[in-house]
Structure formats: C-alpha cells, structure tokens
Design a protein around this ligand. Structure first.
Ligand code: CO
Length: 134
C-alpha cells in the first residue's frame, strides 16, 4: 500500500540553527524558512536524493507542533510521510483493520498542496504517520 518515503519531519526549537547544521555540517541543500500559517508551522525544506527532510517550527497560537516542542525541548522526529496512490482507498483499508486517524478521517490539503491524512502513532510503532496522495 505505502510507496516511497516522501519526507521526515523534524520539529526544532531554532530553525536557523537547525538549518545551519544541515547546510554547513551535513552539506545539504537547505531552503529559506517558509511560513505556512494555514498549517501553523514555519518550514525549511531539505532535498536529499531520495527523500526530503522538513524542519518544522511552531507558527501562531494553535500550532500542531507546539505541544511536541513543549515535551521535547531540543526537538525531534515528529512524523514520517509515506506516499500512497489513492488516499481514500488506503484510509478505508487501514480503518477496516482498526487503525485510527489523527485530526479527522477526511483527507485535507497538506503543505505540498496534495491530500494528506495522519495516522495515530499508537497503531504504528510509536510513530506519527502522514499519508500523502501523489
Ligand atoms: Co509532513
């Protein structure tokens, strides 16, 4: 069902410091910070040959990553995003097997302008999973 790993999202307390680690220490190509107010995050995109890293920092009062940062002050991996061809079919198959979604069962437009859905970490090895229809 799942296809390629699309991205790994890492919540960080300081976007510029984290950008410097990836750019200067690890030698990656790092974008400028981009505010995504509708998603409550500022994001830095790091393109790797086989996937993307997204550095996330809370933006606004109701950021979905604020609580994560409160619990993990130095940051950490927030979610993995897997690509699926048909997000409704994937959801229906997973829900039928007892998987729970986070933030409702209906896919919505994610940070890349494509339909996404989140799956509960308790059902997936302790990892928040984002599905993105590509
Ligand atoms: Co994501």
């Amino acid at each position: 069902m799942i296809g390629r790993l699309n991205h790994v999202a890492i919540v960080v307390p300081d976007l510029l410091a984290a950008s410097a680690v990836y750019r200067d220490t690890l030698g990656a190509v790092v974008s400028r910070p981009e505010d995504l107010p509708e998603h409550g995050v500022t994001v830095v995109f790091i393109d790797l040959p086989n996937a993307r890293i997204e550095l996330l920092h809370p933006l606004g009062l109701n950021s979905p990553v604020a609580k994560f940062l409160a619990l993990h002050a130095s940051g950490g991996i927030h979610h993995l995003c897997y690509e699926v061809e048909d997000i409704i079919a994937a959801r229906d198959t997973l829900v039928r097997q007892g998987a729970r979604t986070v933030g409702g069962r209906e896919p919505y437009t994610g940070a890349h302008g494509k339909p996404v859905l989140f799956l509960h970490p308790k059902d997936f090895c302790g990892t928040l999973i984002e599905l993105e229809q590509v």
